[in-house]
Write a protein that binds this ligand. Sequence first.
Ligand code: GLN
Length: 184
Amino acid sequence: MRTGVLSLQGAFAEHIRKLRDLGNDVFEIRSQKDIEKPFDALVLPGGESTAMKKLLDATGLLNPLKQLISEGIPVLATCAGLILLAKNIEGGEESCFASMDIEVKRNAYGRQLGSFRCKEHFNGEVIEMPFIRAPYVTKVGKDTEILSVHDDKIVAVKQGRQIAVSFHPELTDDTAVYDMFLKI
Ligand code: GLN
């Protein structure tokens, strides 16, 4: 399986390391020529969603990736990646790929207490969840499955072949999120 990790900005290196450890053939997506050859799955990492949006636009990657997502390529999106997939962003900010029927709140835990770790259920396992200035999901559509809730807030969702989480699974030793992604 060939997995492309969007590598314009943010925590892409940690995803690459983790996926390689799990035996994946992984490559970095930095420009349009990187996606000329076919690939099987896409990872959208954490970082700063506004910066990533600008870079997606500037590199011309926005439309081809949007196309692949709408055609059903499996996607794993973490933190800022979740914001890129959301159809709505609280406050009216412009969406990016808008492929998941969810509304998200950016920097939802506040800027001071924005980073913390907890243990929570994900697909029948209890896993470590590091949050870094994280968003959470405020609304889901009827086709969106809720995978994890922490403190009454939705922090992991699945719609079709897209999995999106508020936290950073690439910064822990748990593999449950990747296991689900690689099964898809
Ligand atoms: N606060 C970032 C944003 O709104 C997301 C943080 C992250 O990806 N760790 O884009």
